[in-house]
Design a protein around this ligand. Sequence first.
Ligand code: C5P
Length: 218
Amino acid sequence: ADIPVLTIDGPTASGKGTLSACVADRLGYHTLDSGSLYRVTALAARRAGVAATDEAGLAAIARSMALRFEGVRVLLAGEDVSDDLRDEAVGTMASQISAWPAVRAALFDLQCGFRQLPGLVADGRDMGTVIFPDARLKIFLTATAAARAERRLNQLISKGIPASLEDLRADLEARDERDRTRATAPLKPAEDALLLDNSQLGIEASMQQVVVWWNARQ
Ligand code: C5P
């Protein structure tokens, strides 16, 4: 099926989610926030008492959880868990369980299913390398660790959650390291990905750049 896909991969807090949502809105496309699938698997596992070390148990959860997507909201067994998915603890467990090949395999078909007309903007770590290798445009979004930690801090502050810049930076560097060094679907740019460093770019300028690249591929 030649349903167009645009992928945006990159490290934690690089602004993939925001950029994907803006680009999808502009193109009138669907979105896939693949990180939310690892997060909801982590949440469902925690609730079921399945440990982050239990690869087969986690994969069984990933295959059997009752998910529904309503716009940007994620429903697990009918309950809107979108806010719970943003917890740091859930993010950390998501990062740990995403290293298991059986978990990644269990989420493969679900992710491919998001490819629907008129098109898809997919963000994550392996969208361009593993899930949609035939994507029409692949972006690898980066920003310095300092810029990413600062953004994460501002997000938390705006929600009234206290946090330390040093802790946030240490946490995102640990998460990146895990994502980059795992054997299955490590975080790395696809060979045909275009690199975009948004350390100094606002969301509007980043979106403009992506749209220019996208239009050049039509
Ligand atoms: O992007 P987000 O922070 O929501 O992703 C949560 C975790 O899920 C990441 O730390 C990463 O380890 C994992 N992930 C992944 N592959 C993806 C998306 C996310 O391994 N495509």
